[in-house]
Design a protein around this ligand. Structure first.
Ligand SMILES: [Zn+2]
Length: 74
């Protein structure tokens, strides 16, 4: 009986961990240009060869969207 309970608990924990990982995947990543202080969406032509960070981190560090990315957003 105890083994069954343990098995159930372990599977619940595993499911929770998988869900947590899926949430991580939803995080929006942007590409930042540290010289211009602009960030770019993945599909932006200026995003090439730039460092990627989370959108939230970019906002916190005062990055603003480039012209193209800003237009696509609206
Ligand atoms: Zn851009």
């Amino acid at each position: 009986m105890l083994k069954i309970i343990l098995a159930i608990v372990v599977s619940i924990i595993l499911v929770l961990l998988i869900l947590k990982d899926k949430k991580k995947g939803i995080i929006n990543y942007v590409f930042i240009n540290q010289k211009t202080k602009k960030y770019h969406q993945k599909k932006c032509p200026y995003a090439k060869n730039l460092k990627s960070i989370s959108f939230e981190a970019a906002i916190k560090e005062d990055y603003t969207p480039c012209k193209i990315c800003n237009e696509e957003k609206n």
